[in-house]
Structure formats: C-alpha cells, structure tokens
Design a protein around this ligand. Structure first.
Ligand SMILES: Nc1ncnc2c1ncn2[C@@H]1O[C@H](COP(=O)(O)OP(=O)(O)O)[C@@H](O)[C@H]1O
Ligand SMILES: [Mg+2]
Length: 205
C-alpha cells in the first residue's frame, strides 16, 4: 500500500477523490428516475454495514420501489467500499443489468468470446445488481450460463443484489432450480419484503 507513507491527511484526500470519482461515474450510468437519493429499509442499511459475503434480495409487488431501492443500495455500497473501515483493495467493479438485457447477452446466438468475457466479468465483479429477475423466461442453455455466474460468485462469497416480484424459491422456473437454490443461500436472511402502494399509480393520478 504505497499510500500509507503519504500520511493520514493525504491518504484521506486521495480516498475522498476516489470515492467522488466512483460515485460520479456510477451516477452517470444510473437511469434518470433512479438518481434521486431515497430512504431505504433498515435491513438494507444493515446489509451495507455488514460487509459479509451475503447477497441482497429485494422483493415485493410492482411499483413498491424495489428498483429505486436497489440503485440507492448500490450507491451506499460504493460509499462503504471506499469507506475508512475497509482496506484499499483496488477500484470498485460494479455491474448493473436488467434481467432481460442480461439474458439476451447470454444467449447462444451471439459471439462466443463476447459472451465468455461477459460471464467472466460478472463472475469477478465486486458487486452485480440484476433487476427484475423473474421478468423474462430463459432457455435451459441460458440457465446454464446464469449458473456459471452465480455459482462462481457463490463459492467466492461475492455479493449480488437482486430485485424480483417473487421470492428466491419461486425463481426456479425462470433461472433454473440450481440458481434459485444458490440465490436462496447467498441472500440468507437478507431477503427484504417491500410493502406499500404502487408508487407509479400515485404519480399518474
Ligand atoms: N423511497 C422512495 N421515495 C420516493 N420515490 C420512490 C421511492 N421508491 C421508489 N420511488 C419511485 O417510485 C416509482 C416506482 O419505483 P420502482 O423502484 O421502479 O418500483 P419497482 O421496481 O418495485 O416496480 C419510481 O418512479 C421511483 O423513482
Ligand atoms: Mg423494478
């Protein structure tokens, strides 16, 4: 750690710059409506603070705020990643995918090398957020690719954030039973049931 010799103030300033840069870059990739800072459930705050290898599963009906909460969680996770409680271990790699786009990218008809690179990237990333996991049906072939990603993350205790309107055990028909079972284990007690009215309907009214 070359920066230890720089003294606490310089190191603090350097980390601050790093955090600011990472958050700015993340902000730029965040869809417009999810950029606003929002409050999150206590379980989410605890998950961010916990830094275990566990994953986070946000579930609930359409419009309760799962996706927005997940983006906010990613921001808080990024801040914590660069926080004073963690040793510096390189820049944060965080990937966010809607499940439909992810499944498309994993399909067998695309170029092999592109798909292999994507799978490796998602296996190794510090955090992967998959939005709306039950939204699309996948073929058995794509389920196998998903399993490659989730199993590698599972055995290395690398976290994922998943939003879905169904619970992990009910994901089987979409992701295949093996991914559903891994996810259940990875999320453990960090399965957050979000409740409330459809916020979108409130807006439209
Ligand atoms: N805690 C919150 N405070 C204010 N607005 C929110 C909050 N959570 C979600 N929203 C807004 O409500 C709408 C629906 O949220 P979204 O996260 O897309 O729901 P879901 O993913 O559960 O279908 C979005 O416009 C979002 O910006
Ligand atoms: Mg959503």
């Amino acid at each position: 750690m070359q920066h230890d010799s720089d003294g606490p103030d310089l190191r603090k300033e350097w980390l601050h710059q790093r955090t600011y840069g990472a958050l700015t870059r993340f902000h730029d990739t965040t869809p417009m409506i999810y950029r606003k800072a929002i409050d999150v459930p206590t379980e989410v705050t605890e998950w961010v603070a916990g830094w275990g290898g566990s994953s986070l599963f946000l579930t609930g009906a359409i419009g309760v705020g799962k996706t927005h909460t997940a983006w906010e969680t990613c921001r808080r996770w990024l801040k914590a990643f660069y926080g004073p409680d963690r040793a510096w271990n390189g820049a944060a790699n965080i990937y966010t995918y809607r499940s439909t786009a992810l499944f498309d990218a994993l399909r067998p008809d695309g170029p092999d090398d592109v798909r292999r690179t994507l799978i490796k990237t998602l296996q190794d990333a510090d955090l992967v957020f998959v939005d709306d996991l039950a939204a699309a049906k996948v073929t058995e072939w794509t389920q196998e690719r998903l399993f490659e990603i989730f199993d590698e993350r599972y055995i290395n205790r690398r976290p994922v954030i998943v939003t879905s309107d169904v619970l992990p055990p009910e994901l089987g028909p979409v992701t295949g039973p093996r991914v559903a079972s891994r996810l259940g284990e990875m999320c453990g007690s960090s399965v957050v049931l979000m409740e409330g009215d459809d916020r979108r309907r409130g807006e439209a009214a």
